[in-house]
Design a protein around this ligand. Structure first.
Ligand SMILES: C[S@@+](CC[C@H](N)C(=O)[O-])C[C@H]1O[C@@H](n2cnc3c(N)ncnc32)[C@H](O)[C@@H]1O
Length: 312
């Protein structure tokens, strides 16, 4: 096992393992050499008036995004990947899926799309004039057709593990990969709300396990992972957890402070987070399980109960 130094630098140097840049991401990007980053993964502001952004026109927002994307493409390694995690821009109740308007920008910069991953979660605002939004997307692009993709570390359990061929030349052999199956492009991962174990003061952090899956599949040990809008440091945490190097920029001092604390806890092995591939709490299964559990004990994780729907 490679143990990384637990220092957090504020400026990029290839010798560092973790960089938390206190300022605008375009300034951090300027410090980075061409082709130095294996994975860019981020959830940018959506221009919807959150506490950390000033809402502007969609056109002005896209122009700002274009500048950052151009720099991200410059620093991306030839076998590298870029993952932009976005939801909707909302104007007067009308929605614009941000992936649809950002897609042409990535393509104009020569990137090739590999997946549009649907991230499904169960908690959020309850809408009264449209169906409540319960997914966002991760659009994954590569710089070339020769790119890093490690499937084995992110395989998930088969529906019928241990299934074998019944007859024919392969009779008795496994009919599915014993290491598990491809996780597909629909990811059901709880979002960080209320009593989620990772919740901080940030209104929109993404869960560590979402980024871990991308880090493990799209990078190798020792590679750099960059999040231009790093918030409370989630992408850096996911990177260093798996012996990659993580860096990101953040403009809001209170988020930087939390990011620093969380990264230090991660280096010390003490950061609480929801484990990768933990099954999502399902009230129906739990009710059935509890009804046959003679002790009457509850078998679910109480940390997750608060943001689940009440039992019917
Ligand atoms: C959607 S949040 C990302 C949260 C992050 N994924 C996490 O898990 O904590 C976007 C973040 O970008 C920051 N931000 C906005 N404009 C920025 C800029 N120009 N440079 C760096 N950070 C910026 C905001 O303060 C906010 O924390």
């Amino acid at each position: 096992m490679v143990l990384l130094s637990s220092k957090i630098a504020t400026h990029f140097s290839s010798q560092e393992n973790a960089v938390l840049y206190p300022g605008d991401c375009t300034d951090l990007l300027r410090e980075l050499p061409d082709h130095s980053v294996q994975l860019v993964v981020t959830s940018p502001p959506y221009n919807i008036g959150k506490e950390y952004e000033k809402k502007t026109s969609l056109q002005a927002y896209l122009e700002e995004q274009e500048k950052v994307i151009a720099e991200c493409v410059r620093v991306l390694a030839p076998q590298g990947s870029l993952c932009w995690q976005v939801g909707n821009f909302v104007d007067n109740g009308a929605i614009v899926p941000l992936d649809s308007v950002l897609y042409p920008i990535f393509v104009q910069h020569g990137l090739q799309m590999r997946n549009r991953i649907i991230w499904h979660f169960e908690h959020g605002l309850h809408c009264s004039r449209r169906f409540s939004g319960r997914y966002e997307t991760i659009i994954w692009f590569t710089k070339s057709s020769d790119y890093v993709f490690n499937l084995d570390p992110v395989r998930v359990p088969q529906k019928y593990p241990g299934k074998k061929y019944f007859k024919g030349p392969k009779a008795g052999q496994y009919s599915c990969n014993p290491l598990g199956k491809n996780p597909g492009d629909l990811w059901m991962i709880p979002n960080v709300k209320h009593n989620h174990v990772e919740k901080t003061i940030h209104p929109c952090q993404f869960p560590v396990e979402l980024v871990e899956r991308l880090v493990l599949s799209l990078t190798n040990k020792g590679d750099w992972v960059l999040d231009p809008y790093v918030g409370v440091g989630t992408s850096i945490i996911a990177a260093v957890r798996h012996n990659r190097k993580g860096m990101g920029a953040e403009t809001v001092p209170k988020y930087l402070k939390v990011a620093e604390e969380r990264i230090h806890l991660e280096f010390a092995g003490c950061l609480k987070s929801r484990p990768m591939n933990k099954p999502v709490y399902d009230p129906v299964t739990i009710r059935k399980t509890n009804s046959i559990n003679e002790s009457g004990g509850e078998l679910f994780d109480p940390e997750e109960v608060c943001f689940q729907q009440p039992l019917l």
